[in-house]
Design a protein around this ligand. Structure first.
Ligand code: IMP
Ligand code: MG
Length: 339
């Protein structure tokens, strides 16, 4: 056992939260840990019975009651969002007693959100979520940010996440590390700067965000969206015209901002192979298969995988030389097939 890193291959919104939740539950992870940049990310899970989980700050992998919930020291924390999320899921999932953040996390102040929202270059040209994450990370680099340990209300939630996760991996327990955004939105690795986010989002960056020693990395799961999407500005290869999305009934809206996502008709293999090179995945989770081939919608056993999806899996496995081990066939948490 050890750490399982969940990283997105493209521009985010691929269902990392759902995959992280599934793997945490299946492996009875001792920790699920949020890595990535900050509260710009929206992670959501929908259950068949109507329950919905939507978070911007906390990871989603806490369905298993024994799993501890953590936020790594490289992730910007917005106290308002942090407390609101604990509050809203505490009754069903007892999050108050099992959630902690690293004492070093940089803090998002209300004025940072205002500064981003008033910066039209950021909101209009780049399409930032204006969550205050970019300003918080910039202030952190200038060594001017407040950290979680400077916020009195957070004192009971502080821990050293690096110590906890490395010790758990040393005991051969499972730690699931949930990234944010996507490989091609990485600050220093995107080829589309400034159309990117405020830090890197690769597997190595996620390990760094939580202080994980690389020797504890057991698996890197690359989450590949069968029809990639991009929200905000910046190039999207094979972008579908909006009316084509409507005709096919595959229109998507962002969890954080409610903005409509632009969608591609197919994977750009150039971007895929670049993501494989940067992340070195050991497994691939292929999501949104129902958008790629509606005939697979809601399938829950291998026998019902369609020929179109089988061909896509083959192509992915050949190009990456890594097995596709999970596929997602619909909106619900239950719509996952293990291969
Ligand atoms: P920021 O990180 O909020 O400043 O946004 C910078 C760029 O990254 C914009 O194009 C956003 O739309 C995009 N972005 C930020 N967070 C996410 C996410 O969680 N999913 C998808 N795109 C994101
Ligand atoms: Mg980071």
């Amino acid at each position: 056992m050890g750490a399982i890193l969940i990283v997105d291959a493209f521009w985010g919104d691929s269902g990392k939260g759902k995959i992280a939740a599934y793997l945490s539950q299946r492996s009875k992870a001792s920790f699920c840990v949020r890595a990535g940049t900050g509260t710009n990310a929206g992670h959501s899970i929908y259950f068949e019975d109507g329950t919905e989980i939507k978070t911007n700050q906390l990871p989603c992998g806490w369905l298993n009651q024994g799993t501890q919930v953590r936020v790594g020291s490289g992730v910007a924390v917005d106290p308002e969002k942090f407390f609101a999320e604990i509050e809203s899921f505490d009754a069903d999932f007892s999050l108050r007693e099992r959630t902690k953040i690293d004492f070093r996390c940089p803090i998002i102040l209300p004025e940072y959100k205002k500064r981003e929202a008033e910066d039209s270059r950021l909101t209009k040209t780049i399409g930032s979520t204006a969550s205050g994450t970019g300003v918080a990370l910039a202030e952190f680099r200038l060594r001017k940010a407040k950290q979680a340990k400077d916020i009195p209300a957070m004192s009971e939630y502080l821990t050293d996440v690096a110590v906890e996760v490395n010790a758990a991996c040393g005991r051969r327990e499972t730690v699931v590390i949930e990234g944010s955004q996507g490989t091609h939105l990485s600050l220093a690795l995107s080829k589309d700067y400034p159309f990117c986010t405020s830090d890197n989002c690769t597997a190595a960056a996620l390990a760094d965000d939580v202080g994980l020693n690389w020797q504890h990395i057991q698996d890197v799961i690359l989450v590949v969206k069968a029809m990639p999407s991009r929200v905000g500005e910046g190039p999207l290869p094979f972008q579908l015209p909006p009316d084509e999305e409507e005709k096919r009934g595959i229109v998507e809206y962002g969890v954080t901002t409610g903005r409509r996502r632009r969608k591609a008709s197919q994977i750009s293999w150039e971007h895929f192979e670049y993501a494989v090179m940067l992340n070195g995945p050991t497994q691939i989770a292929l999501t949104f298969c129902d958008h790629f081939d509606p005939a697979i919608s809601g399938a829950r056993c291998r026998e019902n995988i369609t020929e179109n999806v089988k061909r896509l899996i083959d192509e992915i496995e050949q190009r990456a030389n890594v097995p596709v081990t999970l596929i997602e066939t619909g909106k619900f948490y239950e719509d996952i097939i293990e291969l």
